[in-house]
Design a protein. Structure first.
Length: 337
């Protein structure tokens, strides 16, 4: 939970709308969670020492019973950091609509009728993160994204699905293409590092420790629809720069950022890692970038804070095995120009 909070707290665009949040109307779990997060952000910003997120933890346990599970009296079962992040993002979107653009990804599925290539069925969905699956061929994060978006597959290799066509007024056989039609300020990638396995009659989670390279910058242009691509500001001089919004005294004003345009390039901004062999145990920490200097990172390990460099972040690929910290969730921030 602490590592998730440090990642979210680093998002400067979140601070102003969160600070202005006021509970109105009937009480709700989302409102209680956001009000507790608002108060916690204020405590963190005004503190000179570690702050315990006691009230937010209590709200989480009260409103989401899974987090109240105990392995024995007084000892709570460790839960997945991703679950807490998903709860917080959903609560933010529900109670503070302006935060939707920070996290929301709109996906467009296009199904092309094999008997009539002019017959294209389109469907849209919304996600808050992309899942990076890992198999024996996965070496780089872009390998996972290629697989997610079915990039590089020939027409013959693409999966054929049955979908209803209004034009043909019947189910047709079609191939599927997937692209992003809207992209957020913070692009969240979750690495599928765990899978369920039955052992001695019990289902346990097993960790995939295969190293996967984590890029400091990510160009998502080819994963976007033509319509979205046309809005991205593709300037070669900008794309060569490794720039992120700074989040200390030198931070750009949010209103200034609104006047700029997404380039389609995202810079690594925060990394939530997991150390251990399963979701039922282990330890989470957060690496958070502090400025435009790619070697200006901080490692947040509960109350302990340590300076880190980009080489330390690159080492989160999984080379250290299960006993080392491995990137589990990466937050990339849109580079604007």
């Amino acid at each position: 939970m602490n590592s998730s909070i440090q990642c979210l707290h680093s998002f400067e665009e979140l601070k102003e709308p969160l600070s202005k949040f006021i509970k109105v109307g009937a009480p709700s779990s989302d409102a209680n969670m956001i009000a507790s997060a608002r108060d916690l952000w204020r405590q963190i910003d005004g503190a000179r020492s570690a702050v315990a997120p006691n009230d937010l933890w209590q709200q989480l346990r009260t409103n989401h019973v899974r987090f109240d599970e105990q392995v024995r009296p007084g000892i709570y079962q460790q839960q997945d950091a991703e679950e807490f992040l998903s709860i917080m993002v959903q609560s933010l979107k529900t109670k503070i609509g302006s935060t939707t653009s920070l996290f929301e990804i709109e996906l467009e599925e296009s199904y092309t009728n094999l008997d009539d290539n002019t017959d294209v069925i389109k469907r849209k969905s919304v996600e808050s993160k992309l899942i990076c699956r890992i198999d024996e061929k996965t070496v780089h994060t872009t390998d996972s994204l290629d697989q997610f978006f079915v990039m590089g597959a020939s027409a013959d290799a693409k999966e054929v699905l049955s979908v209803f066509s209004q034009k043909a007024n019947r189910d047709v056989q079609a191939t599927k293409d997937l692209k992003m039609s809207k992209v957020p300020t913070y692009l969240t990638l979750q690495y599928a590092r765990f899978f369920a396995k039955r052992k001695e009659g019990e289902v346990i989670s097993v960790k995939i420790t295969k190293p996967v390279d984590i890029p400091l910058s990510l160009d998502i242009y080819k994963f976007c629809t033509p319509s979205l691509q046309s809005t991205l500001k593709r300037e070669s001089s900008d794309l060569k720069k490794n720039v992120v919004v700074e989040n200390k005294d030198e931070i750009m004003e949010v209103e200034e950022n609104k006047e700029k345009t997404n380039t389609g390039v995202y810079d690594l901004y925060a990394v939530l890692t997991h150390q251990g062999r399963s979701l039922q145990g282990g330890h989470y920490v957060a690496f958070v970038r502090q400025s435009s200097d790619e070697n200006d990172w901080l490692l947040f390990d509960d109350e302990k804070v340590t300076p880190k460099k980009s080489s330390d972040v690159k080492n989160l690929s999984g080379l250290g095995g299960a006993d080392g910290h491995i990137a589990y969730i990466c937050f990339y921030r849109a580079r604007l120009a």
